[in-house]
Design a protein around this ligand. Sequence first.
Ligand code: PMP
Length: 351
Amino acid sequence: MIAPRDDLALMEGYHSPQVEVPVRLNTNEAPEPPPAAFEAALVEEIRALDWHRYPDRSYRALRDAIAAQHGVDGDQVFVANGSNEVLQTLCLTYGGPGRAVAVFEPTYALHSHIARITSTGVAVGERAGDLTLDLAEVRRVLADARPALTFLCSPNNPTGMVEDEATVREVLGLAPGLLVVDEAYGQFAPWSALSLVADDVPLVVTRTYSKTWSMAAARLGYLVGPREVVAQLDQVVLPYHLDSMKQAAGRLALGFEPEMRRRVAALVEERGRLVRALADLAVDVWPSGANFVLFRPRQRDGHAVWQHLLDRGVLVRDCSGWPRLAGCLRVTIGTSAEDDAFLAALEDALR
Ligand code: PMP
């Protein structure tokens, strides 16, 4: 059988096991589906689709609807199949051989993974011991590597920590190419870099329907950025990459924004309850502005705790073997019942 590209040989994929368990808190999905009225509206639209025609290549109605939400122009919005495809299109457009991206670890693993898949170099900076961004390190890495793309993730996955406006502005001033702020969890946080986007600012902010919109199944993500950048991405992405059903789903979902905001507010409150409960247990917890919490058992092996939770039907993310995150686990905020099951199993595991 033919071997893959030489430069793929040493790469590891990105895996989160899809295990059938009663309580699934490992991939930061929303615990509840979108409203029934959304489903009904989507079914109506799908009935009326012209199945023999290609979809609207420029997905005008969808990008205009997203733009209206953020008070920008439709030509400042690029949409793809999940924000992962948005990130990939950025790397295909601005990365490639002889170019680099900069990441500050630990952060979302796909930033460096997608860069490597697209034959883009990866300059790795280290966060401080408490996992906050170290601006001296940012300055050093950006000056050394001169990356085409600099990735920040706010709230950062897997730590949950939010970069404040002053930090993002400072990195924006230092980044030689485009600054990408990945806000997959943006609506859970108190502040958004969307407010800094403008045609003359080399910044893009990525968002997803997967978390706050309860639509991980739809695979929809987007970025907001300068018109010029969006036009370049539109040239690189495959023609008709967004099918007609998806375009309809993305547009119709935005009609249920108050419901989305209610779900997000409920999850933020539930996050507070979970963090307070964790404070009473023998674990270290990082402050989270997202729909998940990173924690580390103080006296017990992280992987053993993960296995104990799984044996009790609770699946969380095992980060215990990841570089810089020795012993850490990440739990997604679920329903109150799911979180209670997690807390009970965790108490048991730590005993
Ligand atoms: N960015 C971050 C930080 C994420 O955590 C995720 C999903 N785990 C994504 C992007 C990708 O999301 P999607 O492709 O589902 O839009």
